[in-house]
Design a protein around this ligand. Structure first.
Ligand SMILES: Nc1ncnc2c1ncn2[C@@H]1O[C@H](COP(=O)(O)OP(=O)(O)OP(=O)(O)O)[C@@H](O)[C@H]1O
Ligand SMILES: [Mg+2]
Length: 334
């Protein structure tokens, strides 16, 4: 079975970059590694210096052990529906605009699809190491809650309330759709809107057994994964990083990305004369305060949770090839 690392954290902190750096490091140590991203902004392709990145894992040119894939959420949901639903239900669901909107746009659906895809690759046994970059929209912790949320949505009270305790047949469905209020709404909205919605909820419920079983697999894989939380010293990502402790399995590593060197904290005056000296001294004071804050926040974090904390330096230029990613990733290995 593959060793799995899930890289998570708030938006924009460097998840995609550090997921790629982790996979490059593993590949260059001789393990076969796959990095899986859900980021439609193609940041993984940029970080790896690639033109294209597809839904299926492809070898990264110039690296003998490294593969990368960018998840297509809609295609993954189509595959799941085809797998879990009867063929006629699958056809109806895939043609239903509400289903498409949920699969395409809802963060929970994105997170769940990423978890399913991750599980499929883990179970294939094809790679020694799989690194999963969590979607930006999931905002960290939601990624881990997605399997349970999906199970609860499809099997839960909301759908039962809408569609009735027992799964209604088509006739009952048309009785729902024939209610005067719904008919009126449909005529005002100018289409079979509520009929489509009722159709959608009922079809969704038939997916329950398949999705519930798969969701448990996804949860098991997540429980066994190494969890890396990426943050910076800024308040918003830090708050997100704190939320990980006590709510799911504790993270294994907290990475403070774009950290300033510790020795900037007490660098002292620049030594330049005149106006240049004044500007340089002011800049050094500002960066010195930042560097000091960074090292204090990291120490507080490791004291409070007893978790391994590392600092990844702020590079002068963002990494855009595998060599610079490897260099960045060195800070992550003990
Ligand atoms: N240590 C670093 N030094 C310099 N630049 C960095 C570093 N880490 C990340 N970056 C740059 O910061 C930007 C954001 O990084 P990245 O896309 O990896 O963040 P993310 O957490 O995946 O964002 P999102 O939540 O939008 O998916 C990118 O331009 C990346 O190249
Ligand atoms: Mg990203």
């Amino acid at each position: 079975m593959s060793g799995v690392t899930v890289v998570t954290g708030a938006g924009g902190v460097g998840k995609t970059t550090l997921a790629a750096a982790t996979a490059v490091g593993a590949a260059r140590r001789g393990e076969s590694a796959l990095v899986l991203t859900v980021d439609p902004a193609r940041r993984l392709a940029d970080a790896l210096g690639l033109e294209e990145l597809g839904n299926d894992p492809e070898p990264v040119p110039g690296e003998s052990n490294l593969w990368a894939a960018m998840l297509d959420v809609t295609a993954s949901w189509e595959a799941m529906v085809n797998q879990h639903a009867e063929p006629d239900v699958a056809d109806r669901l895939l043609a239903n605009p509400y289903f498409r909107a949920i699969a395409d746009r809802f963060p929970a659906a994105q997170s769940y699809a990423a978890g399913e895809e991750m599980s499929r690759y883990i179970e294939s046994g094809r790679w020694d190491v799989i690194v999963v970059d969590t979607p930006p929209s999931a905002g960290g912790i939601d990624f881990f809650e997605a399997p349970a949320n999906m199970r609860n949505l499809i099997g839960g009270r909301l759908l039962r309330w809408i569609t009735g305790a027992r799964l209604p047949g088509r006739k009952a469905l048309y009785r729902i759709a024939a209610r005067p209020a719904l008919r009126l709404a449909d005529s005002v909205l100018g289409g079979p809107l509520l009929e489509e919605i009722a159709d959608f909820f009922i079809d969704l419920r038939t997916l329950h057994d398949g999705i519930a079983a798969r969701a448990r697999h996804v949860e098991r894989h997540l429980a066994e994964a190494t969890i890396v939380v990426v943050t910076t010293s800024d308040p918003t990502p830090l708050r997100e990083a704190h939320r990980f402790f006590g709510s799911i399995e504790a993270p294994d590593l907290v990475v403070f990305n774009r950290a300033l060197p510790d020795d900037w904290a007490d660098a002292g005056p620049s030594g330049f004369e005149g106006k240049l000296g004044m500007v340089a001294d002011k800049a050094m004071e500002v960066w010195g305060t930042e560097a000091h804050k960074g090292s204090r926040v990291r120490a507080e974090f490791s004291d409070r949770y007893g978790v391994r904390v590392v600092a990844v330096p702020w590079m002068p230029t963002p990494p855009t090839d595998t060599d610079s990613l490897e260099e960045l990733g060195r800070a992550l290995t003990p």
